[in-house]
Design a protein around this ligand. Structure first.
Ligand code: DAT
Ligand code: MG
Length: 147
């Protein structure tokens, strides 16, 4: 619901099209959904992440059973790294992405429409999106130190 007393919250978020999304040729579809929603692309770069970057990016998951396969998968090919900007974009992109498990993610979302469980060691769920302003600041600094 609209809160007319609320101050504007222009934010930036880090979006990653993961290696499965790039391999499947879905980068354009995913960027298109961001743009169609009205968010602005601030930076877009195709790159293969090294282990140090991935370890820093996923520091919160270190020690979990899916951590090693996750880092291996994320290093398995190019990633499209994106900084997007807009009003409440952090929450907005998480909503566009859908929930973590692509099998149960709602239709209409990126993961719900385009992702599924391929039976591999890690959920290949097409995209990453920062989950809070603190995460966004930290992750943008990691992936785009010049911004
Ligand atoms: P999200 O990407 O929705 O923010 P997360 O931060 O909890 O989810 O986890 C990061 C990634 O790790 C997620 O995109 C896919 C993988 N992952 C999370 N939970 C998992 C699980 N239980 N089994 C396998 N992979 C998992
Ligand atoms: Mg997360």
């Amino acid at each position: 619901m609209t809160d007319v007393t609320r101050a504007p919250q222009t934010q930036r978020t880090l979006v990653l099209v993961k290696p499965d999304g790039v391999r499947r040729g879905l980068s354009g579809e995913i960027l298109g959904r961001l743009e169609a929603k009205g968010y602005t692309l601030v930076a877009v770069e195709l790159r293969t992440a090294d282990e140090a970057l991935l370890a820093a990016h996923y520091a919160e998951h270190r020690g979990k059973p899916f951590y090693a396969p996750l880092v291996e998968f994320m290093g398995s090919g190019p990633i499209l790294a994106v900084v997007a900007e807009g009003e409440r974009v952090i929450e907005g992109f998480r909503s566009l992405a859908g929930t973590t498990d692509p099998t149960s993610a709602s239709p209409g979302t990126i993961r719900g429409d385009l992702g599924r469980d391929w039976g591999l060691a890690v959920q290949q769920n097409l995209v990453h999106g920062s989950d809070s302003p603190e995460s966004a600041r930290r992750e943008i600094a990691l992936w785009f130190p010049s911004l």
